[in-house]
Design a binder for this molecule. Structure first.
Ligand code: FES
Length: 102
């Protein structure tokens, strides 16, 4: 667990919910997509806009400003206008907590 930081209780997020977290000085989002937890950059790669204002659907997070979707497993955009990925971060669940390494 070296380098991992506890960011939430394991049962804190329900499917389609997300939580803003700060790890290593980075602003990140912890996302529950159909029971699977992902951690990604909070800000969209297209413009400086928070993905926290979007929604989670079918393994993707949607930017509510221009409508790009990003695959939560890879960070890659699946539709325009964004053409750059967002960063993804490793997530582990241990001892009833969610741990993120960033
Ligand atoms: S700011 Fe996210 S798609 Fe434009």
């Amino acid at each position: 667990m070296e380098g991992y930081v506890s960011v939430a209780a394991a049962d804190e997020l329900k499917p389609a919910q997300m939580k803003r977290i700060a790890v290593g000085g980075k602003r990140l989002l912890l996302c529950n997509s159909s029971g699977t937890l992902h951690c990604v950059d909070e800000m969209c790669s297209h413009e400086d806009y928070s993905l926290y204002l979007g929604c989670i659907r079918d393994g993707k997070i949607k930017c509510s400003l221009h409508g790009s979707y990003f695959d939560l497993a890879t960070g890659k955009p699946t539709c325009e206008p964004a053409d750059q990925p967002i960063q993804i971060y490793p997530v582990k669940i241990d001892a009833g907590q969610v741990w993120v390494k960033a």
